[in-house]
Every structure is written in structure tokens, then in C-alpha cells.
Ligand binder design. Structure first.
Ligand code: ADP
Ligand code: MG
Length: 244
């Protein structure tokens, strides 16, 4: 196995008018790890995901996937090269069933509908989604179930890198706890490398191998979770924002 990081981002800059959402961000996601990416609201986390996945083209800087420069490539190409993401704002599907929504992920990789169906069943089972709801339409499932379906859809593409954007936002404490278990299984049992984006520190500390902290578009800290949360710069960045 090469020691090449799965993802390498160098000097990313992204502006929206006068707002500098990313101001020279460099980081790596290493093979097999769960990298926590935290920061207060508005610190540039989702913009980073959007620049890596091709939704936005960065103004400056490069994005490398396993050493290949993918900067500015369109979302479908980035996805086909093995980068999947989940959405901070769930995009509810009304008519499709749970199974069909997850099959859509598998169908990015295979044209065989039956194989996609098997893959969707496997992934939903692995993440503990209730089997009796596999054929439920989207309109009948809860927020946490939507988040699990979005995660399963992304996992069903069999990504090299999965970026999870604030998956526990809006969830109840016991649902957050369950999500920790689900993400760990995706990492350990399926061997998926993950970037987990959150502003809730507790969740990130319990799940990450390593953490980086964004503040006003810059990386202000990096290291083991227990150290990072005690870093005075990080504490200060979080003061006056929503509670940790
Ligand atoms: P986070 O995900 O950390 O909460 P974002 O990446 O969503 O932060 O936003 C970072 C900054 O960029 C914020 O000031 C936000 O208002 C701004 N921003 C993000 N996306 C857009 C956009 N499409 N148009 C204009 N401003 C944006
Ligand atoms: Mg965000």
C-alpha cells in the first residue's frame, strides 16, 4: 500500500464577493482514517466540501485525489473517481423508496439493477436501518432516517473518500450516539476513509482519529482530538458561538 494520502488539499482559497470563505487551507486525509473537520458556523467547512467535490471551483489552490490533480473537475467526474459526500441539509425524496434512493448510489458504479439492489440491501443492513422500512417512501421517514439513507446512498457508491457534512445536526442525543456507531462501522468494516465535518465538538472527539479546526476560512489547529479541544486558539474561536 502506498503512503500517498487519499486526499491532499493545498492552499485552497474561495471567495464569495467580499467574503473569503476559504483563505489558504491545506490538509490531508490519510488512508483509512477518520479525520474530524470542525469549526464554528460560517468557518468554511461546507465550502471546503464543495471545493473538493467539484460543486465550486476554488479561486486558488489544488485538490489531489491519490496524487491526481482533480481541481475544478465537475461533480460527476469527482464522484466517479471515488469521492462521495452527504448533505448538511437533507434533501428529502418524497416518492422514491428508501431502497431506491440507496440504489441510486450503487447505480453510479454498476449498470446492473439487481446488483445495485443487493448492494443497497447490504449497506442498509450494515448501518442498521430497519428492514421493514426499506420500501417506505421518503415522505414517511424521519429526519434521522433521511440522514441514514443519504449516508447509505453515499456508501453504496463504494467511495475511496467519504465526506460527511454535519450529519448529527438536529438529531437527539441517543440518535447522535447511534450515528457514532454507524460511522465507525463504515470506517472499520468497509474500510472507507472519512472526513467528518461537524461543529459539535463532543461528537467529533469520540469519533475522530485526528482533528483539524477551521476558523474564518483558515486552519488554526491540527492534532489528536483530546489535544485540539483544549487548544486555547480553538476554545477562543468557539467562544461566543453556539455551545460545544
Ligand atoms: P460552515 O459550513 O463552516 O458553516 P460555509 O462554508 O457554509 O461555513 O460558509 C463560509 C462562509 O462563506 C460564510 O460566510 C457563508 O455565508 C459564505 N458562503 C458559503 N457559500 C456561499 C455562497 N454560495 N454564496 C455566498 N456566500 C457563501
Ligand atoms: Mg456547513
Amino acid at each position: 500500500m502506498s503512503s500517498e494520502p487519499i486526499l491532499r488539499v493545498e492552499g485552497l482559497v474561495k471567495r464569495f464577493g467580499g467574503v473569503v470563505a476559504l483563505n489558504g487551507v491545506s490538509l490531508e486525509v490519510r488512508r483509512g482514517e477518520i479525520l474530524g473537520i470542525i469549526g464554528p458556523n460560517g468557518s468554511g467547512k461546507t465550502t471546503l466540501v464543495n471545493c473538493v467535490t467539484g460543486i465550486y471551483r476554488p479561486d486558488f489552490g489544488r485538490v489531489y485525489l491519490l496524487g491526481e490533480d482533480i481541481t475544478g473537475e465537475p461533480p460527476h467526474l469527482v464522484a466517479s473517481k471515488g469521492v462521495a459526500r452527504t448533505w448538511q441539509k437533507v434533501r428529502p425524496f418524497a416518492k422514491m423508496t428508501v431502497l431506491e434512493a440507496v440504489m441510486a448510489g450503487a447505480l453510479l458504479r454498476t449498470g446492473d439493477v439487481e446488483e445495485a439492489r443487493r448492494e443497497a440491501v447490504n449497506v442498509l443492513t450494515m448501518i442498521g436501518f430497519p428492514r421493514e422500512k426499506f420500501d417506505s417512501p421518503g415522505r414517511s421517514i424521519s429526519l434521522v432516517e433521511h440522514k441514514l439513507v443519504d449516508l447509505a446512498r453515499a456508501v453504496a457508491t463504494r467511495p475511496k473518500l467519504l465526506l460527511v457534512d454535519e450529519i448529527v445536526a438536529g438529531l437527539r442525543p441517543h440518535e447522535v450516539e447511534a450515528m457514532v456507531g454507524v460511522i465507525r462501522r463504515v470506517n472499520k468494516e468497509l474500510g472507507v476513509t472519512l472526513g467528518v465535518i461537524e461543529h459539535v465538538m463532543r461528537f467529533i472527539v469520540s469519533i475522530s482519529d485526528r482533528v483539524v479546526v477551521l476558523h474564518e476560512g483558515r486552519l488554526i489547529a491540527e492534532g489528536p482530538p483530546s489535544e485540539v479541544v483544549q487548544n486555547p486558539l480553538v476554545v477562543e474561536a468557539y467562544l461566543g458561538t453556539r455551545p460545544m
